[in-house]
Design a binder for this molecule. Structure first.
Ligand code: F6R
Length: 244
């Protein structure tokens, strides 16, 4: 069962999702948040910084875990997700440096890295609120179509469609890493609450399949129907193909 909220604009959607996250932190100062990168959550991070600055929302006790990271990119690489998160959110709020985590894509032992990441999430009490975007093919995190719903944090080889979609951030398509570490579908479903964001016409068919389609491993985001507390925040463009 998923709840659906439709907003007029990307700006309104971003503000509403940020307010949801802020009230989670107000209810529980030491909330554990699951975070995503990509274009969609940028507005949410801007709004969270605004709430932090104007309304003194503190992240001092918050712990965060990002969904994924490219294999081979270190923290000083502008295309790494650690770099993105630092630039877009962490450097603007009061979260201590030892309270935000991303998988380490430079670890030579990737299997160990995945196992340790999963254990770390569990040791912090699990994720209270997980933020997600959605790929055109229904991927969540880097869980591509066909990923079993029972997967925990693991290493993946990216599909060509995902490499192409993400190449907009790189000089050339050849620079896009071929592998990534991602929380698995089961790791995501273990979160107590999930918010999925989708904005724009380009996401309309994925949103339609998510909301009106069947639960099927060929469309990873459909696993969210198995979760007890998921809300989908979409704007009018992303909702434009939905049946009335
Ligand atoms: C990012 C992530 C991805 C993105 C998805 C949508 O951490 O896990 O699943 O959420 O690729 O990306 P955007 O928002 O750029 O359309």
């Amino acid at each position: 069962m998923v709840n659906i909220l439709i907003y007029h604009s990307y700006k309104e959607l971003s503000r509403a999702a940020a307010e949801e996250i802020a009230s989670q932190i107000q209810r529980k100062a030491d909330s554990v948040l699951g975070l995503a990168t990509g274009g969609t959550p940028e507005g949410v991070y801007d709004e969270l910084i605004d709430i932090h600055k104007r309304q003194n929302l503190s992240f001092r006790s918050v712990v965060t875990f990002n969904l994924d990271e490219y294999v081979g990119l270190g923290s000083d690489d502008p295309n790494s997700y650690r770099y993105y998160m630092t630039k877009r959110l962490f450097s603007h709020i009061d979260i201590p440096k030892d309270q935000y985590f991303l998988p380490d894509g430079t670890n030579e032992n990737l299997l160990q890295e995945c196992e340790d990441y999963e254990k770390l999430i569990t040791s912090r009490g699990g994720i209270d609120l997980q933020l997600l975007g959605i790929g055109h093919n229904g991927h969540i995190g880097f869980n591509e179509p066909g990923t079993p719903f029972s997967t925990k944090t693991h290493t993946v080889t990216l599909k060509q469609q995902t490499i192409e979609a993400n190449s907009r951030y790189f000089h050339t398509i050849e620079d896009v890493p071929k592998q990534a570490i991602t929380m698995g579908i089961e790791s995501i479903l273990n979160s107590k609450r999930i918010i999925l964001l989708a904005s724009g016409k380009k996401k309309a068919s994925a949103v339609k399949r998510l909301i009106e389609g069947t639960v099927d491993e060929s469309f990873p985001a459909s696993a969210l129907h198995l979760h007890p507390n998921t809300t989908i925040f979409i704007d009018r463009d992303a909702a434009s193909l939905l049946d009335d």
